[in-house]
Design a protein around this ligand. Structure first.
Ligand code: ADP
Ligand code: MG
Length: 425
């Protein structure tokens, strides 16, 4: 999958509408994690450097079509202003004469941020009139909001049909890294899937089971697989209506010759709370009144052995209830192990909000090959589905012989540092 990017667009002196994902966590009106803002800086800096007039747009939270003062983008604009070292004003509304006027007054090399798009219900409905109004601000459309690319909204799909659409650098990198996993991973290729529920990850498992050499299952999800193997899991989180599906995945893995690693020992707790009684036991010995809350040491060792020679690893979902420190050992140990695999040159890609949180808590993020900014979007991508926000971007014409990836396109001196063109992959 090769899309035209901002590098292919003629943007000097043009008005460029950039859909970014500034859906960041806020506390008391302050941004508590600005990773998503930082992730879009290469695209914004590049466009400003080219003398474009940049109109940034994002959603924040779920205001469901109503103005909510707590979900205004002012704190985001302030952080962006600080990171860019130049003022980025935010409009009072995504629509209206004031905004039209502010866009008109924008000069080359200047940026502004539209107010939260989801204050208008038309955004999520992909309303054609709303998309038309957004498109009227600009000459060129850039999508750098990979995390929202699985949604067909006015600012991700509607507008992309009205202006020439290009991928931003973050979008380009997400597509490149995730496509590589599906199309051409260095082998052995292993996937580690954990987290809460099988139901949310079934489609990903269905697709990955035909791509990977090793499949490691942990977290609450693995309990349903233990049930499928005939092991009882006591009071553990499990989806009894998914047992047949789990069996199907295991059968598909066996047929494809995929090595599957399931917990053989587990940490069980009386309650899923802090300060409760807990112990490590063999997975087949879970009593009726206990909850599985983490993988045991033997399982961890087995997982590490299975991953030791992997040259590509995709990880989604913690291996235990990592929010409670006593049950975070498996998740934290796998995070450290994968960081060291990446140090050794393996491609290690992580997707999913909670898995990323576990990595960041230990300060390991920099060592991974790629941390996907879009949890839901990256999973849908790995399900093998075409994301609507990606589908509408222009494909690179077949006669354009220089593919996205490691080769230069003759214009690479314009690539900003950190824009990422395959990274260490
Ligand atoms: P991600 O955000 O990385 O995609 P998920 O949202 O699917 O991950 O799952 C994360 C959640 O799974 C965490 O809140 C964690 O507590 C929970 N979890 C992991 N293992 C267990 C378990 N054994 N029992 C209950 N919940 C679990
Ligand atoms: Mg999650």
């Amino acid at each position: 999958m090769d899309k035209l990017t901002v590098r292919d667009a003629d943007v000097a002196g043009k008005r460029v509408f950039v859909r970014v994902d500034f859906n960041v966590p806020l506390e008391d009106g302050k941004v508590t994690d600005d990773s998503r803002i930082r992730a879009s800086l290469p695209t914004i800096r590049y466009l400003l450097g080219q003398g474009a007039r940049v109109i940034l747009a994002s959603h924040l939270g779920r205001p469901d079509g109503k103005v909510q003062d707590g979900l205004r983008l002012r704190p985001v604009a302030e952080r962006l202003t600080m990171l860019l070292g130049r003022n980025v004003p935010v409009t009072g509304d995504a629509l209206g004469v004031g905004t039209v006027d502010a866009v008109k007054r924008l000069r080359n090399g200047e940026a502004l941020l539209l107010e939260n798009l989801r204050f208008h219900a038309e955004e999520e409905k992909n309303d054609p009139e709303f998309a038309k109004q957004l498109a009227s601000y600009a000459d060129v459309y850039v999508n750098d909001a990979f995390g929202t690319a699985h949604r067909a909204h006015a600012s991700t799909v509607g507008i992309a049909k009205l202006l020439p659409p290009y991928a931003g650098f973050l979008m380009e990198r997400e597509i490149a890294v995730l496509s590589r996993l599906l199309e051409d991973p260095a082998r052995p290729f292993a996937a580690i899937v954990g987290g809460a529920k099988v139901s949310g990850k079934l489609k990903v498992l269905d697709n990955l089971v035909n791509k990977v050499d090793v499949l490691v299952l942990g977290g609450g999800m693995a309990n349903t697989f233990l049930l499928a193997q005939g092991t009882s899991v006591g009071k553990s989180l499990a989806e009894h209506d998914m047992v047949d599906e789990a069996r199907r995945v295991l059968a598909a893995a066996e047929k494809a010759g995929v090595k599957v690693i399931l917990p053989i020992d587990v940490v069980v707790a009386k309650e899923v709370t802090r300060g409760t009684e807990y112990k490590t036991i063999p997975a087949e010995k879970v009593l009726a009144s206990w909850h599985i809350v983490d993988i045991g040491k033997e399982t961890l060792g087995r997982m590490q052995d299975a991953l030791a020679d992997a040259r590509t690893v995709f990880w989604n979902g913690p291996l235990g209830v990592f929010e409670i420190p006593s049950f975070a050992h498996g998740t934290k140990a796998i995070a450290r192990f994968l960081a060291s695999r990446a140090d050794d040159g393996a491609t290690v890609v992580v997707g999913g909000g909670d898995s990323i949180a576990a990595i960041q808590q230990q300060g390991l993020a920099e060592r991974f090959t790629h941390i996907s900014t879009g949890g839901g979007a990256s999973l849908e991508f790995l399900e093998g589905r075409e994301l609507p926000g990606v589908a509408v971007l222009q494909d690179r014409p077949a006669d354009d012989t220089e593919p996205t990836g490691s080769k230069s396109r003759g214009k690479t001196e314009a690539t900003p540092a950190g824009a990422g063109r395959g990274g260490r992959a």
